[in-house]
Structures are given as structure tokens and as C-alpha cells.
Design a protein around this ligand. Structure first.
Ligand SMILES: CC(C)(COP(=O)(O)OP(=O)(O)OC[C@H]1O[C@@H](n2cnc3c(N)ncnc32)[C@H](O)[C@@H]1OP(=O)(O)O)[C@@H](O)C(=O)NCCC(=O)NCCS
Length: 291
């Protein structure tokens, strides 16, 4: 494969049967690049990446594609298309087929799809140490928007005075989506509804109002709050963060300092990138690993 060029590569829609080979490639790609740079893999094993891709390849709201060379799958990519802003990832290429243009083709496929969808913008989160992904996304038109710190651990403070955290209910959706509109200019209602159904969503109340929510605290969840205090209450309520950790915007110095003072540890630096519409959020927020 390494002697071939991208011209022999075909992009097609992913099927459920592709998830185990794509899950293995996803694990191999992340563990290889992360190990070279001294970082832990984003997945504990190939079962975890296969489980994630299997869910994405079969759930409405995700557009999934694979790249094939001579009938062999060499990579995959996913577009989360539930909101007006759409998110990319995970994109992974077989380590024996990297740097010959497969990633560019898989990125173009999901960007074309986002265009057809009429998405206002497309976003992704990139491992800050990875020269190749940074170069690829930048040359495709993505701008760097926010440095992120992936944090893991359990906060020393277990609650914040004046804030109550409880599981979110379907009746909270309106308040959470309105909050998201105030902070980000759009809502992620489909993700929130799914998280409420799964039992992972939490809200924070202060002064008798909803002042923040999380779909879940971890790599694949996002959180939005009016203020850092509300976000601290959400973070303090979790016994652990799912996956590699939570993604804290590093320029939110007050929140990052509070996390560090509370014993959380930095796992790796990451970068939020976007193309199309972007506005600086007007509140406290933690992106998911998609956006
Ligand atoms: C990141 C990844 C998806 C990219 O896919 P790929 O097929 O290897 O990349 P491509 O060959 O399509 O494109 C890489 C581009 O970066 C350029 N590039 C690579 N290293 C570079 C560097 N150090 N400086 C500048 N440009 C660089 C290449 O020249 C190429 O540009 P071109 O298309 O203009 O020629 C793939 O390498 C991968 O799976 N990596 C491990 C997992 C990962 O990090 N996934 C991304 C998560 S955000």
C-alpha cells in the first residue's frame, strides 16, 4: 500500500459490517501516533473504538465513510450532522497507508456532505502534538479556534455552594437548549435528548433556574453553563470523567486554575478547529471531542 497513491483509493458509505476492521484501524492509528509522542491512547483497546464506530455506523445523525484500496479498507471518517454546526471524527487511517492522501479524501467527503446539508459550520478537535493532522486540516480551510486541555481525575471539592446538580429530565430540554443558544448561538438538542434518554445528562440549578448542563462529563460529551461557577458544580459532581477526560478551554484561565487546584491532571493538549460560522461562546463551555 505504501507505494500506492491516493488515486487508487475509493470512498464509500460505511456499513455496520465495516465497524470491526475500522475499529481496529482506529485503535492502531491513535495508539501508534500517541505512543510515539508519549501520550496514552484515546481508547483503552480496539473493543472501545469498534464499539464507538459501530454505534456511529448504525445511528441516524451520523454520516460515516470508509476508504478502500484494492477492496481493502484503509481508513474511515464520520460527520455528526445532528445540529446546524456539524462535527468531524474520528478520522483514522491504517498506519501503513498514512501520508499518501487518504485522509484528505476522507475529509473532503464529509466536508462535501456538510455542504449538502447546509451546515453553518464544521468543527473538529485535533491532537495538538500531531503535525500531520494540523497541516491537513489547516490546508483544508479549518482555523484554530481554541487551545484545549484534556483533564482527568476527581475534584477535591465535591460540590459548589448555591448550586444543585441533578440528572436532566425531558422537561429540562427547553431550558438547556435556550441556554445553549445564549452561549453558542445554536443548540445541540438531539445530543441532549439522547443523553437524557441514556441517563448521562446532568443539569445544574442556581437561584431556582437551570444555569448549566452536560450531556456527560468526558471525551464524548459537551457541557454548557452560564458561568464558571456553574461549570465547576457540574465538574465537581462527577466521580470520574468518561474516556480520556474533559476538554477545558485553556484560555479560560480561571476554570483551568480551579481544576488544577482541585487535583485534576493534564492528559494532553488539544485544539478546537472550525470552518464556516464561528462565534466566541458567551459563557462557560467544554466541547466534546467532536466540537
Ligand atoms: C491524521 C490522519 C487522519 C491524516 O490522514 P493521512 O492520510 O495520513 O493524511 P494525508 O496524506 O491525506 O494528508 C496529510 C497532509 O499533511 C501534510 N503533512 C504531513 N506532515 C506534515 C508536516 N510535518 N508539515 C506540513 N505538512 C505536513 C502532507 O504533505 C499532506 O498534505 P497534502 O495533502 O497537501 O500533500 C492520519 O495520519 C491518521 O490516522 N493519524 C493518526 C490518527 C489521528 O491523529 N487522527 C486524527 C484525529 S484528529
Amino acid at each position: 500500500m505504501s507505494s500506492k497513491t491516493e488515486s487508487s483509493v475509493v470512498i464509500r458509505t460505511a456499513t455496520p459490517e465495516d465497524s470491526s476492521i475500522c475499529g481496529q484501524i482506529c485503535y492502531d492509528a491513535f495508539s501508534t501516533i500517541n505512543t510515539v509522542h508519549g501520550f496514552p491512547c484515546d481508547f483503552p483497546g480496539p473493543e472501545a473504538s469498534t464499539g464507538l464506530l459501530s454505534m456511529m455506523f448504525t445511528t441516524p445523525g451520523f454520516y460515516s465513510v470508509v476508504a478502500e484500496s484494492d477492496g481493502r479498507i484503509v481508513g474511515s471518517n464520520v460527520l455528526a450532522e445532528q445540529a446546524v454546526i456539524q462535527g468531524v471524527g474520528p478520522i483514522t487511517i491504517d498506519p501503513t497507508a498514512q501520508n499518501i492522501g487518504v485522509g484528505r479524501k476522507l475529509m473532503q467527503a464529509v466536508m462535501d456532505r456538510a455542504n449538502q446539508n447546509g451546515a453553518a459550520g464544521v468543527r473538529l478537535v485535533q491532537a495538538a502534538f500531531h503535525n500531520r493532522s494540523l497541516s491537513l486540516y489547516t490546508s483544508l480551510g479549518f482555523d484554530i479556534r481554541e487551545p484545549l486541555s484534556c483533564l482527568q481525575g476527581r475534584t477535591l471539592e465535591r460540590s459548589i455552594p448555591g448550586c444543585t446538580v441533578r440528572p436532566a429530565k425531558p422537561t429540562d430540554e427547553g431550558a438547556c437548549n435556550a441556554l445553549s443558544h445564549r452561549v453558542h448561538g445554536f443548540d445541540r438538542g438531539a445530543e441532549l435528548a439522547h443523553a437524557i434518554q441514556q441517563g448521562t445528562a446532568q443539569i445544574v440549578e442556581r437561584g431556582g433556574r437551570v444555569t448549566g448542563y452536560t450531556t456527560h462529563l468526558g471525551f464524548f460529551g459537551h457541557s454548557t453553563a452560564e458561568t464558571n461557577v456553574d461549570m465547576q458544580a457540574l465538574i465537581a459532581s462527577a466521580d470520574s470523567f468518561v474516556g480520556s477526560g474533559i476538554l477545558v478551554p485553556s484560555r479560560n484561565n480561571v476554570l483551568l486554575r480551579w481544576c488544577l487546584a482541585n487535583g485534576l491532571r493534564v492528559v494532553q493538549p488539544m485544539t478546537l478547529m472550525s470552518t464556516g460560522l464561528y462565534n466566541d461562546p458567551a459563557g462557560a463551555w467544554l466541547p466534546s471531542v467532536m466540537f
